[in-house]
Write a protein that binds this ligand. Structure first.
Ligand SMILES: Nc1ncnc2c1ncn2[C@@H]1O[C@H](COP(=O)(O)OP(=O)(O)OP(=O)(O)O)[C@@H](O)[C@H]1O
Ligand SMILES: [Mg+2]
Length: 255
């Protein structure tokens, strides 16, 4: 049975009275990997933050459903508790709250903490080893004073602990060295193979998509999705740029 995880219909979003997205549509089913591409400033991070219920973005019209639930009626923590997970383009630093504290609280709040403290710590140690992070990271403040690449791996640590069903990765590849990029991409692939979540990848780079092989590739331009294709579309864009796609979008508008 096909399970619809995210259904975004006719969404129009403004920030500070500027329209960023208009008549934006997207549907993602469980077990699908989607890539969202588009020029700088097109609105890719905006849709990620809207899904994660960032209150800075005003919804002027349209709907977002997460499974059967009206996502627009949820707060950020309700969205997280119901299984949505976002790795921000610039992961937020939270001074004064450690990874372990946040993860234990989040798992408890979501009613998913079936581990005793020993099992919880053992799982974190294993994950640190897998992600090539020192185990001292377990008790580091969330992303605080971590390097750019460490923050991305630290976010993956959260993902593995929280076991989300719907994952949005906003430029998780930026700032990673070549070895770390492979490690991160393979870790995401392993998670995908184990849990079959819905994944939305926002990226400007080919390397991550080469490993994760998205089922669908969307191009965001002129405030909405102007083209959807398979992995070949991403390869075309990496080769030829967005210009061809922009022409399609202009002719669409004139129709
Ligand atoms: N909180 C905000 N306040 C003001 N302007 C914003 C805000 N968030 C986004 N914008 C503007 O909305 C537009 C879309 O931004 P967004 O970050 O979504 O782009 P993007 O597609 O993710 O670009 P990039 O590829 O560079 O990350 C930009 O012009 C940006 O300046
Ligand atoms: Mg962005």
């Amino acid at each position: 049975m096909v399970i619809t995880m995210l259904k975004i219909k006719n969404l129009t979003v403004t920030v500070l009275d500027k329209t960023i997205l208009e008549h934006f549509n997207m549907e993602i089913h469980a077990g699908e990997i989607h890539a969202l591409m588009g020029k700088n400033g097109a609105g890719k991070s905006t849709i990620a933050k809207v899904i994660m219920r960032d209150p800075s973005y005003k919804i002027k019209s349209g709907t977002i459903f997460y499974q059967e639930q009206n996502l627009l009626e949820m707060t950020t923590s309700e969205a997280a508790q119901s299984g949505i997970f976002l790795v921000n383009q610039n992961p937020i630093e939270i001074e004064g709250v450690t990874n372990a504290e946040m993860l234990r609280t989040s798992l408890n709040d979501a009613g998913k903490n079936d581990m005793n403290i020993l099992e919880f710590n053992r799982k974190l140690v294993n994950l640190c080893n897998q992600l090539h992070l020192p185990t001292s990271f377990i008790h580091r403040d969330i992303n605080f004073n971590m390097s750019g690449g460490e923050k991305k791996k630290n976010e993956l640590l959260h993902m593995w602990m929280l076991e989300p069903q719907c994952i949005i990765l906003d430029e998780i590849d930026s700032g990673l060295d070549v070895d770390s990029l492979k490690l991160v991409a393979n870790s995401i692939l392993e998670y995908y193979n184990q849990y079959k979540p819905a994944i939305l990848i926002i990226t400007h780079q080919k390397n991550l998509l080469d490993i994760l092989k998205p089922d669908f590739v969307h191009v965001l331009d002129n405030k909405k999705i102007v083209q959807t294709g398979d992995y070949q579309l991403a390869l075309d864009i990496f080769k030829n740029g967005f210009s061809r796609t922009s022409i399609i979008s202009e002719s669409d508008q004139n129709e």
